[in-house]
Design a protein around this ligand. Sequence first.
Ligand code: C5P
Length: 405
Amino acid sequence: MSALKNKRILLGVTGSIAAYKACEIIRLLRKSGAEVQAVMTKSATEFVGPTTFSALTGKEVLTDMFIDPPPPGEIHLHIAENVDIIVVAPATANILAKTAQGIADDLLSTVLLVSDVPLLFAPAMHHNMWQNRATQTNMDTLKKHGRILIQPDYGSLANLATGEGRMAEPAVVVSKIREILGIPQDFHGKRVLVTAGPTREPIDTVRFISNRSSGKMGFALAQAAIDRGAEVTLITGPVYLKSPEMCSVVTVETAEDMNRAVRKISTQQDFIIMAAAVGDFALPSPQKSKIKLPNHTLTLKLQSTPDILKGLRSISDAFIVGFALETEDGEKNALKKMKEKRLDAIVLNYANQPGTGFETDTNEGTLFLRGEKKGIHLPLESKMKMAHRILTEVKKVAAKEPMKS
Ligand code: C5P
């Protein structure tokens, strides 16, 4: 489940050509599970119609302070009290000036004045307006008042002039929202590859050899990395899970397919987390039609699949994390795998303990990190919580010794 699930976000849209970028912000927020209420200024509606915003938010867009017939209570108070954060994107020089000076002359500026939740502004304007002393003084005032501002980008502006004033990209705004709501963005700008689920090795056109992996641990790791700002690729075997948003998903079937998919992008990654339960054996040449069963027995000749992890160290500078699912002698086996496969970390978990391993929503294990003598106990908790703990510990070690690429 995404970390923005059930967060209530008020998005103020003001009159800038960048209003269209607010549509993408809404889409990203809603896909991450957040609820979004849009409030538009009158001039914002000249750029993008309220219908677009109501379609994207699934709610009526608020534009006016005085509605006919008047709703019960005070609309600005009601809106301001029922959200976790207010984001103004794009924020014009006008709304920055009004908020800095405490002017409340329309619905959005009144909501901003009455609110006591975090206020985030993503300014967008012509570079001369941005550099104008009045705007810069207003920015200083807003910062002094504890308001959070996202620096506009340098680049091509609406009139094709070049300068500082382009609204920050929607993904940057969403990442800042997550950070303000308490989700660390320590993987921002990092590329993370996660593998998940089982593989299927065909016997014939209808039968296959597989395992009980549900993919839940790998999916939780992918979601946790997305929530922490990473650019994530999830390579997954056949599972019955909803793919995370804001991530590229590659579906594969066999160990050989997964190997090819991983190797194709492994050199571009900062972190590779192999949570997939890759099949160890496959038929060299599965039959192209349904095997007619002989009398009583069927003998299958199997050969080992490529060890994806083992081959990665020599081609990738990424921080590589493996998983070891064991039934006995866990620590000994995990450390052996870590050494043989030249991993930076390995997560040991058990297939034969209640609440851990395959198919469950919870997990328990031990994380071994390179250079650390003792493993870190990962207590029995949800796979999502365990995923966050793994990322936190992995990031600490990776930061100590920066990756080569
Ligand atoms: O040796 P074992 O299969 O237990 O190792 C588990 C780790 O190795 C997991 O991270 C799994 O994703 C990875 N693995 C692999 N290629 C295989 C088998 C396992 O990358 N053929």
